[in-house]
Design a protein around this ligand. Sequence first.
Ligand SMILES: [Zn+2]
Length: 438
Amino acid sequence: MGRDLLIKNAKVWPSARSPVIENGSVLVRDGRIAKVGKFIARADVVVDADGQLLMPGLIQGHVHLCQTIFRGAGEDLQLLPWLRQVIWPLEASHDEDSIRASALLSCAELIKSGTTAFLSIETVRHTEHAFRAVDETGLMGVIGHCLMDMTGGYAPLSVEIDDALAYIDVLQENWSEHDRLRVGVAPRFALSCSGKNLQKAADYAREHGLLLHTHSSEQVDEVELVREMTGKYNIDYLHSVGLSGHDVCLAHCVHTQQHERELMAGTETKVMHCPSANFKLASGIAAIPEYLKMGITVSLGADGTACNNRLDQFQEMREAGLMQKIRLGAEALPASDVVWMATEGGAKTLGWEKEMGTLEVGKRANMILVDQSTVHTIPSEDPATNVVYSNTAADVLMTIVNGKILYEDGKLTTIDEEKLRRDVFRERAKLMKKAGLA
Ligand SMILES: [Zn+2]
């Protein structure tokens, strides 16, 4: 840090619902935005944006870095068999090297496709190595350590809650002062965690001021099993064990009752919408426009590449918009609302709304430059419809996080892509063999 950065001659789009500033500039000082608008300034590094769109960096509310190396394994299965037959055996086979390779692979894809910050759920071991890998890449994120103590006879991933929280204590010692990374507490979902596990996770997170991140109401079968087990609807049950509130982030929420929606709105519980994963695992279509109307904060996420198979927020934006048109009609969810979820909604979900989500003076310089001159984008001028429906991830020209350029001219600046490819193939082969899937 320390060197000033000026992006000039850009279509500056400060936030999802604001107009574009033509021929605009953004000045970055010490990693933060110092000036936005039409002005002339000097800086150590000057980037001429050549009239392309400079917008807030995309933020994903729900990903699993540890699953990226599972891409393409376990295709065409329903959620519960997919988890038990493929994902859990692979997660149980992870070691420090495979976690590192998977995290770096995730970061490479996220950076190239314009994601600048994320909220993740990792697995029950080796989360320290996910932190170390992400730290090297320059991305920002809240990395969740996964808690599970009820794995239906599948012992390798079952960890006693006190042992899991002791591990989070160590993560906190190592990372609580970090500038770009934070620790999250991530009980996987109601069916893989005992009531005691969920309650203790909630108490621990509150005591330490950490975000709680879990999955909820993704599929009908899951909701029915939770009702059999607890006599309650899923979100009612989570609420009864402390998992509701402004610090609770629920991925999916596809199958919810009206009273559960009111509970989420009333408690300021966050929803992370994952359209591709909901399509691919045949989960259904979440009532996102209704959630937004009720004032619930909704963000977008790719979920894991094992059920997507990309970490591409452009794809999630497009699908989020299209799927509601089928459900409610063409006016259901304007493109600017979709971009809001992919930026400001993400920032609020991560509890970082004062740090990111818009291009405003004082916030982190997390921003992306998106090509508006491609043949699949011209002649449309509206940035929201372009970003949601015309642009693709490959149109990201530059990704900047905390004032540092992490991607430009088709190259990652913090990740050695050739070495990454070798590491990923080696670690994938090792994992598949160990999990008995090769
Ligand atoms: Zn997930």
